[in-house]
Design a protein. Structure first.
Length: 260
């Protein structure tokens, strides 16, 4: 049962999948704290306050891709007296690029944003959740965590880390009444993947791409049911089975033929 005046933190909660987590958690009765490096988060919080009267919707504009970020966000919540019952580690970045051709800044950002900050947020907030009687953590992984391939090597590897730490902590924290869930979607209809309108519409029609609303609904359902991991959607499950079967030689041919 949700604690009275409980908060849910959603990192990157002002757009895409994160916005849907924000909206659906507010509809459930949670107060919301959006943590994002985008100033637009302030406007989103104001708009959602009107949509969900009686709920407190706040935004904390900050760069989460820093070693200090988790501590700063935790200190802010302590200073404001926020009872955080749900933590959604959603903030992320993605693009296709060869490792050596990418910038050092991007490689540092993705590792901090996908690995270090989520881990430290769990470390800090799970202790508070235990003291308050329990809580929930949702980590946004990816189906690619099961099949590292060229051009998205760091992305796949950071998502594999989130899958692994989620599984470990799901077991460790159960006795402390804190549940950890990893959500591993395939393609989702957001701007993150830079899909053309035609490809997005085709993917949605054929079912290869999932809407943000459906994904958030399935992710939150899995979290509140205290599942360790969920891979929403038939095609994501199919990719999870088939792509790991491609041998390294096959990946080299794909590279040689410039397919990907």
């Amino acid at each position: 049962m949700m604690r009275q005046d409980a908060y849910a933190i959603v990192t990157g909660g002002n757009s895409g999948i994160g916005l849907e987590y924000t909206r659906q958690l507010a509809a459930m009765g949670y107060n919301i704290l959006i943590a994002s490096n985008d100033e637009a988060a302030l406007q989103v919080a104001d708009e959602l306050s009107a949509e969900f009267p009686g709920r407190q919707l706040r935004a904390r504009v900050m760069n989460l891709a820093r070693v200090e970020a988790a501590g700063e966000l935790h200190s802010y919540c302590r200073e404001q007296g926020l009872d955080v019952e749900v933590l959604v580690n959603n903030a992320g970045v993605y693009h296709n690029c060869d490792f050596l051709d990418d910038s050092e800044a991007y490689n540092s950002t993705i590792m901090l944003l996908h690995v270090y900050t989520p881990t430290m947020l769990i470390y800090r907030f799970a202790k508070d959740m235990e003291a308050a009687g329990g809580g929930y953590v949702l980590n946004m992984g990816s189906v690619t965590s099961s099949f590292p391939v060229q051009r998205i090597g760091i992305y796949c590897s950071t998502k594999a880390y989130l899958k692994g730490i989620s599984r470990s902590l799901h077991v460790e924290l159960k006795a402390r009444n804190v549940s950890v869930t990893c959500v591993r979607p395939g393609a989702v209809a957001t701007s993150l993947y830079n899909l053309s309108p035609f490809v997005r519409k085709l993917g949605l029609t054929l079912g290869f791409i999932m809407t943000t609303e459906r994904l958030a609904r399935k992710g939150l359902r899995a979290m509140f049911r205290k599942r360790s991991c969920v891979t929403p959607g038939f095609y994501a499950k199919l990719l999870n089975i088939l792509v790991p079967l491609i041998p390294v030689g096959g990946l080299k041919l794909i590279r040689k033929w410039r397919i990907y």
